[in-house]
Design a protein around this ligand. Structure first.
Ligand code: PLZ
Length: 428
């Protein structure tokens, strides 16, 4: 820890404390499933930099593409002088996102920026003001996306006032809603929208097909299709925020596919570019074409180095079939986590899909809403024990009581098992 400790002292003097880190070791280099810190210690990576390095860290193809691009040109601004790779990334997005209809895409820098632009596009194209979001949602930290995000601490606390015309309705959360069916949970949400907002005022319904920061909440089957068909019937755009779930993470290119849902707009980021900052909005051609030239953009959106990394990442996903790799990770991880669940009553549920798997930790008794009482302290303690033993895990959830696992999709089975051994020991 010697070098990390020195770096930490420099950090305390130089870096704003509002930006915090999960571990206090400083990274030197990283690869397909491990991070190595400046003191020579190796960490098994069950976080992928929050679902970003799906193709691995410093993935060979990405490294080569970035090196070639950075030597050709680093930036022109696509709005000033365009280049092929931006167009090629949009072609890939249009081909890979759900639905066979004509599509167009636009590129940005971060997930929050993509979500902001999806809202701009939806409002402009429909001429309506209201955006509907869900309990436990996470969509970013900018002013508009803070309004869309549900959780106050740490994301919104004293950062308001927030943007208007955002309405929040109940999510389908089987562990905490008495196991409502997808149809019943959708009816509950839609009834609120109709009574409290009015369908004719709604531009878009924005939802993560599996919620990320909110707790890896997998809605009951039928919930997403019921919402999507209500949207179609009411001229409301169904916007899938696939920023965390997209690009093979859940065992298919996009999580919407598991329920046969075809969104009108899709936001992407994270896994798209192997760690370089890139994000996209992809949508029906008639929706995207509604925006006047010059209405969308930004200096860096679709930067050529990030686009080169995205094309190499997507090629890697195809070549190595990383959707199948995510399903293989699920088939190894879930049975082992269920064994733990059998031995530890504090594990209320193992859930998720592909390489996006979580465990919700509770204590005996019920919370105010009648669900199992969340145990954020034990969750933190298990995560800390994992970190002490060299396994990097993340927590999430509105109640801070969910341990989540997001390994790179290229992680080999031996490393995966080693990580799960550390987790089991941490529970013991
Ligand atoms: N939408 C579904 O998961 C980012 C953020 C962690 P940015 N999630 C990790 C944190 O504490 O800041 C995310 C997401 C979904 C949007 C975003 C926002 O993406 O690239 O972080 O802006």
């Amino acid at each position: 820890m010697a070098q990390s400790q020195d770096l930490h002292q420099r950090r305390l003097a130089a870096v704003a404390p509002g930006v915090s880190s999960i571990i206090s070791s400083y990274v030197d280099h990283a690869s397909g499933g491990t991070l190595s810190d400046v003191d020579g210690r190796e960490w098994i990576d069950f976080g992928s930099g929050i679902a970003v390095t799906s193709v691995g860290n410093a993935a060979p193809r990405v490294v080569q593409a970035v090196q070639e691009q950075v030597a050709r040109f680093t930036h022109t601004c696509f709005m000033v002088a365009p280049y092929e790779s931006y167009v090629a990334v949009c072609e890939q997005l249009n081909a890979l996102t759900p639905g066979e209809h004509a599509k167009r895409s636009a590129l940005f820098n971060s997930g929050a920026e993509a979500v902001e632009n999806a809202v701009k596009i939806a409002r402009h194209a429909t001429g309506r003001p209201a955006i509907v979001v869900f309990d436990h949602a996470y969509h970013g930290r900018t002013n508009l996306t803070m309004a869309l995000t549900a959780k106050s601490m740490p994301y919104k606390h004293r950062f308001g006032p927030f943007a208007g015309e955002i309405y929040r309705v109940p999510m389908s959360y089987p562990l905490r809603d008495g196991g409502l069916s997808g149809q019943a949970a959708a009816a509950r949400a839609l009834d609120q929208i109709e009574k409290q907002v009015g369908a004719a005022n709604v531009a878009a319904l924005l939802i993560e097909p599996i919620q990320g920061e909110g707790g890896f909440v997998v809605p009951a089957p039928g919930f997403l299709p019921a919402l999507a068909s209500w949207c179609t019937a009411n001229g409301v755009l169904f916007v899938a925020d696939e920023i965390q779930t997209g690009f093979c993470r859940t065992g298919s290119w996009f999580a919407s596919e598991h329920e046969g849902v075809v969104p009108d707009l899709v936001t992407t980021a994270k896994g798209i570019a192997g760690g370089l900052p890139l994000a996209g909005v992809t949508g029906r051609a008639e929706v995207m074409d509604a925006i006047h030239p010059g209405g969308l953009g930004g200096t860096y959106g679709g930067n050529p180095v990030a686009c080169a990394a995205a094309l190499a990442s997507i090629a890697t996903m195809r070549e190595l079939d990383l959707a199948a790799a995510a399903r293989r990770i699920e088939s190894i991880m879930v049975p082992r986590l269920r064994e733990l669940e059998d031995d530890h009553p504090e594990i209320a549920e193992v859930r998720g899909r592909g390489a996006m798997i979580a465990m919700e930790i509770v204590s005996p008794g019920r919370d105010g809403a009648g669900g199992p009482a969340p145990d954020p302290d034990r969750t933190k303690a298990v995560a800390a024990a994992c970190h002490a033993a060299g396994l990097l895990v993340l927590t999430c959830g509105t109640y801070g009581n969910v341990l989540r696992f997001l390994p790179p999709l290229v992680m080999d089975d031996a490393t995966l098992h080693k990580g799960l051994d550390i987790l089991a020991a941490a529970f013991a």
